[in-house]
Design a protein around this ligand. Structure first.
Ligand SMILES: Cc1cn([C@H]2C[C@H](O)[C@@H](COP(=O)(O)OP(=O)(O)O[C@H]3O[C@H](C)C(=O)[C@H](O)[C@H]3O)O2)c(=O)[nH]c1=O
Length: 199
């Protein structure tokens, strides 16, 4: 799936499946489909298990509300791994692998997630990431290093629409934070981090 027309078709309201929309899976990145056990009282869902064997060893959990048409990111952390679970709404998650030692170095992927079909996306340090919300949404995120530790020196980023990210975002004009609006290009980010892009 590589063009915006195909993306639009997939994003019809009828389609409630959380899927990999474009690109291919990144090394050590997992989309875990969660089992929602329903009964007459409601439902119960385990959202994280250490036994899944993912890269994540979480130390901080956060709940984030986003308005319609918000894009958060793109961010890059070199020391910590991350977890994302949409619990309400509809979003896209874009990732790009910037780990030179990874077999999927330089590859990008775009996921479409629905809160109505719970899933957890877990990815390692060195993967550039960002999320776009089609409508008012709520997600849970977790990190393997606390924000008050990493914010000073491991909270890097680049401009979400940089073509070198090669992330197949649809045509959107999202609401961004001031920091995201003024974020550097991918090549500026890579120079700052000492990672060389050869793909
Ligand atoms: C990340 C974080 C933020 N905050 C506070 C600091 C600000 O007052 C406010 C928003 O923070 P910021 O603008 O840095 O967050 P985003 O740019 O939306 O970043 C988010 O999206 C991208 C894609 C991510 O990877 C981040 O982990 C995720 O939080 O929440 C906290 O109190 N704790 C936290 O752990």
């Amino acid at each position: 799936m590589t063009n915006n027309a195909s993306l639009k078709a997939l994003l019809k309201p009828m389609n409630k499946k959380s899927i990999l929309l474009s690109g291919s899976e990144l090394h050590e990145t997992n989309l875990v489909f969660l089992k929602e056990s329903e009964d007459e009282r409601g439902s119960f869902t385990e959202i994280f298990q250490k036994d899944w064997g993912t890269v994540l060893n979480p130390v901080q959990w956060s709940l984030v509300r986003s308005e319609q048409n918000v894009l958060r990111g793109m961010h890059l952390h070199l020391r910590h791994d991350e977890y994302f679970c949409l619990i309400e709404g509809h979003c896209l998650v874009g990732l790009k692998d910037m780990r030179p030692e990874s077999p999927t170095y330089g590859k990008s992927v775009l996921y479409e997630l629905h809160g109505s079909e719970l899933s957890a996306l877990i990815f390692p340090r060195g993967v550039i990431h960002g999320w776009y919300f089609f409508r008012q949404s709520i997600h849970i995120q977790a990190v393997s290093e606390a924000y008050h530790h990493y914010n000073d020196d491991d909270n890097l980023g680049c401009y979400w629409k940089d073509p070198e990210l090669n992330i197949n975002w649809p045509e959107i004009n999202p609401i961004l934070s001031e920091k995201a609006r003024n974020a550097p290009s991918l090549s500026e980010l890579l120079i700052a981090t000492g990672i060389s892009e050869s793909v």
